[in-house]
Design a binder for this molecule. Sequence first.
Ligand code: 13P
Length: 252
Amino acid sequence: MRKKIVAGNWKMNKNFDEAMALASEVKNMVNTEVTNNTIVVLCVPFPFLYPVGKLLEGSRVALGAQNAHEKEAGAYTGEVSAGMLKSVGATYVILGHSERREYFKETNTQLAEKINLAIKHGFTPIFCCGESLDQRNQNIHISFVKSQLDESLFHLSESDFKKIVIAYEPIWAIGTGVTATTEQAQEMHNEIRQHIASRYGTSVASEISILYGGSCKPDNAKELFACPDVDGGLIGGASLKARDFVDIIKSF
Ligand code: 13P
């Protein structure tokens, strides 16, 4: 059985007090309301990792970061390394989010380095992929997403590849209120799984969790999570409200 995962990506939102209050609310609601075995992750901004991690200690909510640098250490002013993130308690890290690719020009090659270092430090990387609306309209969305996997992940050994969680996030669905239809999500998730199978075999492919992200909300999570190849969600906007986020977790 593949792991079911719901991860919140807070992006660049909340101040310290708000972050602590939200994390505390999520922890308590998950503790009292969630009866399924979904893995829950909160990917919070760097300054909140340590205190939120302390707050989550002993709970079933895991701690994640939203990015990590591709180098081990050194003169990279303003950057944060995988080793640093590990030392403050993060166990998951989002890599290759489309916002990082767009605004910070992260490339597939650079992401391959980030993935290597994250794995070296024992993280579960949540690797994001996904096409633009233009690419979908040109009908090159599937080959584009496959090339993202080829160039950033397919150098990994089988044992390292098995540590990866994939998040399919169509760029046109992020923060837009437009969600992929269940057909669109299932089609791409299945393509991703087939592509993994072509490289690592069907047994590995069947073990990899593939999350959907992009305007996932309490009212559409149930039908998305019911798709055979959708193993959970990477949640942006709706993860900023504890009620909505926990209702999404309960959609399984
Ligand atoms: P929204 O849920 O706000 O569309 O964001 C999705 C996302 O980018 C999660 O990483």
